[in-house]
Ligand binder design. Structure first.
Ligand code: ACO
Length: 335
């Protein structure tokens, strides 16, 4: 019988990385494809530009680039990873998992691999899975990637959805730490499949709910969204997640260095953080440059904050997201 794995003293975010495709697309560029305008998109969503990939780029390519950077920033080698989690709703293929392809691309075979499909909540879920594997003592280094190319699953004739999204990957390496103060202090994941039809990708006729027949955009395998429903739901979900994180940890707004939300829509986030009682400078926003990048967005924010030197050991940060499913969740970390 093997001895049970020793639990580490602490757990830390040891490296971050990000990747976006080179092609930058402005709202004016989109107005040449669909009947839209910068005047409509910018005030309603906060988006100014987004990066869109070309056909030759795979989700696993963006993921591999982002995670290679995160591994390097953590001072590790690919073969130091015990597990690689790829959160995506736009996998290269249904099988094999995109995570397996990334493990191979970065030279980390035979690292464990799994995909998580929770739309925009995927990276928060991946961080929780990583935290639990490390806290149990089973693993020392787990990579979590959020990678999506929503440009491949929007209907480019549907102006209600195609203007909202960008392609990207954000990566985080989570590692065991000798410092007991470094911890994931709170984690919570939620879902409500009854609200799934507010944001879904039907494969055929039978996937379209009765109530969604009128709003179906006419193309299977593309994103269908009831923007107003998602908006209403998300404001409350974000607020409740953050309240629960503070209640359960006994921390106050003053104790939190940064809230890092999924970048869904600036109006939605503004409304949520006003209700939460956080000042503007504690909420990180980069939707203006990248659009909604689904599972990747929180990874992009964390990487930018880290690169800007705005996070220090001992800081408390909250990751919070909502997405298709519907799903929502948060985790609170002491760095
Ligand atoms: N350009 C110009 N006009 C547009 C566009 C566009 N890109 N999109 C919609 N319109 C028009 C519509 O056709 C409609 O016109 P009509 O009144 O003549 O029929 C009008 O604008 C209003 O359309 P709505 O869809 O009702 O627009 P709304 O005010 O709800 O704004 C938006 C849409 C921005 C998506 C909003 O609902 C929203 O922020 N929802 C939150 C959901 C969200 O952010 N989803 C993305 C994230 S999903 C996730 O993260 C998991």
């Amino acid at each position: 019988m093997t001895a049970p794995a020793a639990r580490p003293a602490g757990i830390r975010i040891s490296g971050t990385g990000m990747a976006v495709p080179p092609r930058k697309v402005s709202n004016d560029d989109l107005s040449k494809i669909v009947d839209t305008s910068d005047e409509w998109i910018r005030p309603r969503t906060g988006i100014v530009t987004r990066h869109l990939s070309d056909n030759g780029t795979l989700t696993s390519d963006l993921a591999a680039e982002a995670v290679s950077q995160a591994i390097q920033n953590a001072g590790l080698k690919p073969t130091d990873l015990d597990l690689l989690i790829c959160a995506t709703m736009t996998p290269d293929m249904i099988c094999p998992a995109t995570a397996c392809r990334v493990v191979e691309k970065i030279g980390a075979v035979p690292c464990g691999a799994m995909d998580v499909n929770l739309a925009c909540t995927g990276l928060v879920a991946g961080l929780s899975i990583a935290a639990n594997f490390i806290q149990s003592g089973a693993y020392k280094n787990v990579a979590v990637i959020g990678a999506d190319r929503l440009s491949t699953i929007v209907n480019w004739e549907d102006r209600k959805t195609c203007v909202l999204f960008g392609d990207a990957a954000g990566a985080v390496v989570v590692s065991a730490s000798d410092n007991p103060r470094q911890q994931c202090l709170f984690q919570k994941l939620n879902s409500d499949g009854g609200m799934g039809e507010a944001l879904y990708v039907p494969r055929n006729e039978q996937d379209i709910p009765e109530a969604g027949r009128d709003s179906f955009n006419g193309k299977f395998d593309t994103l269908q969204m009831n923007g107003r429903e998602v908006f209403k739901f998300a404001v409350n979900a974000l607020k409740e997640c953050v309240r629960e994180a503070l209640d359960q940890t006994g921390l106050t707004h003053d104790d939190i260095k940064m809230v890092i939300p999924h970048q869904s829509n600036i109006r939605m986030l503004t409304s949520a953080w006003k209700k939460m009682g956080f000042p503007d400078d504690k909420i990180y926003i980069n939707i203006d440059r990248f659009g909604n990048t689904s599972a990747a967005s929180i990874g992009l924010c964390l990487h930018e904050l880290t690169e800007q030197g705005r996070l220090e050991e001992g800081d408390h940060v909250i990751f919070v997201a909502q997405g298709g499913g519907l799903t929502w969740g948060a985790s609170l970390w002491r760095l």
